[in-house]
Design a protein around this ligand. Structure first.
Ligand code: NAD
Length: 386
């Protein structure tokens, strides 16, 4: 079986789907691995490292996309010359990538129409058996770490407490909103830097995890269910949003750095930090809004920009994992390797749709869109258009 790694073309994307170490493992298992020339360069993996690992360097996207299994990081998109990467895929090819199926269901429609078997890394179920394939988690963890470093760099204060000849410096106060994978890594990172950390999440179950990492948990009792299927947060009512905002306002006000990570899968991110809350923050305070790409958790967040309002710096970073491409690629490659080993038996793609991982992650196969939510989104779009 020929596996090919495409060079990412998305602006700012520095990750690569497989690193040389993973290539070497696949080659030892009998796969032929093609790497598009320069695919690993932005992640500091030169062509020669892939050649040493047993890969074949190929020079054109047309060759890459003619492989049996194509691996990518970002969803296929339009190229500079106006073609679409997805159009290069052949019927019967398998694609594994982040595909943003709920944000871009039209891409799934295109892949289905081309008879491509596509696996979406966002749809790997959050079950113990699939943990080592869980790229949402591996990349969120990197983002949580980096968000704290960005917050610390922009903060005009030390994070740790310091006792010096020039006086005692109190530790910075960091408030993390949303304690999923990214939020928990942010707590751990801020604690390692010596800050005093508070955390909040609408899922009460995460209280103990926050406390075990050294954060004080801010509790808000909401009179409605906040957890949906799979352990994810639900979109809550306006009343609950209001109550949450009132409860967190005092904690936002006294923080030196606020990191927001709150998301609800398939929805716009909830606005939790209002303009009034920002105006009430300490001069010099910093907010890093990790939900910037999903609309933001703060009033006024602009994706990809840093703005200053009322002497508060509001940062809306995008694609944080791409800013740490060595480890982000290493972890993503491990996620892909485990998934490939799950799907390929004796050199053949072997799809068992009774298996939860295969069933959930496979978004298109044999001309069909297999995911019900993606189908629903497309049907709605047709209904609205007609
Ligand atoms: P996510 O990125 O979708 O959301 C980030 C956090 O924002 C979540 O903790 C969510 O509860 C929180 N949030 C949403 N709305 C909020 C609001 N209004 N106010 C405050 N916080 C809000 O989440 P994620 O990090 O991908 O993880 C979500 C779930 O998946 C968790 O239950 C996690 O434990 C679970 N998970 C399980 C596995 C596994 O079993 N293998 C792996 C990873 C994650």
């Amino acid at each position: 079986m020929r596996i090919a790694i495409a060079k990412e073309i998305a602006v700012g994307e520095r990750r690569v789907a497989l690193i040389p170490d993973t290539v070497s493992r696949l080659v030892k298992q009998g796969f032929e691995v093609w790497v598009e020339s320069g695919a690993g360069e932005a992640a500091h993996f030169p062509n020669q490292a892939y050649i040493d690992a047993g890969a074949i360097i190929v020079s054109t996207p047309e060759t890459v996309y003619s492989a049996d299994l194509v691996l990518k990081v970002k969803p296929p998109q339009e190229t500079e010359d106006g073609r679409h990467e997805a159009d290069l895929l052949k019927a019967g090819t398998t694609l594994i990538s982040f595909l943003d199926p709920l944000g871009n269901p039209e891409l799934c429609q295109k892949l289905a129409a081309q008879q491509v078997t596509a696996f979406s890394m966002e749809l790997i179920p959050r079950i113990s058996r699939a943990q080592s394939m869980d790229a949402l988690s591996s990349q969120a963890s990197i983002a949580g770490y980096k968000a704290v470093l960005i917050g610390a760099a922009a903060c005009p204060k030390f994070f740790p407490m310091l006792t010096t000849a020039a006086g005692t410096i109190p530790p910075a106060k960091v408030f993390i909103i949303g304690a999923g994978v990214a939020g928990l890594q942010a707590i751990a990172t801020a604690r390692r830097l010596g800050a005093v950390v508070e955390a909040f999440d609408i899922r009460p179950a995460v209280k103990e995890e926050c406390q075990s990492l050294g954060a004080k948990f801010v509790e808000v009792v909401l009179e409605e269910e906040t957890v949906a299927a799979g352990g994810y947060a639900k979109e809550v009512s306006e009343v609950a949003k209001q109550k949450t905002q009132e409860a967190i306002a005092a904690h936002v006000k006294q923080a030196d750095v606020v990191i927001t990570t709150a998301q609800v899968p398939g929805k716009k991110a909830p606005v939790l930090v209002t303009a009034d809350m920002i105006a009430a923050m300490k001069p010099g305070a910093v907010i890093v809004d990790m939900a910037a790409e999903q609309g933001g958790n703060c009033a006024g967040t602009q994706a990809g920009r840093q703005i200053v309002e009322h002497d508060v710096t509001l940062i809306g970073p995008v694609n944080l994992p791409a800013t740490m491409p060595v480890h982000a690629s290493q972890m993503y490659a491990k996620n892909l390797l485990t998934l490939i080993q799950h799907l390929v038996k004796e050199g053949q793609l072997t799809l068992d749709f009774d298996d939860e991982i295969t069933r959930e992650a496979c978004v298109t196969h044999a001309g069909d869109i297999r995911n019900q939510r993606v189908r629903g989104l497309l049907e709605n779009a047709v209904a609205v258009g007609s």
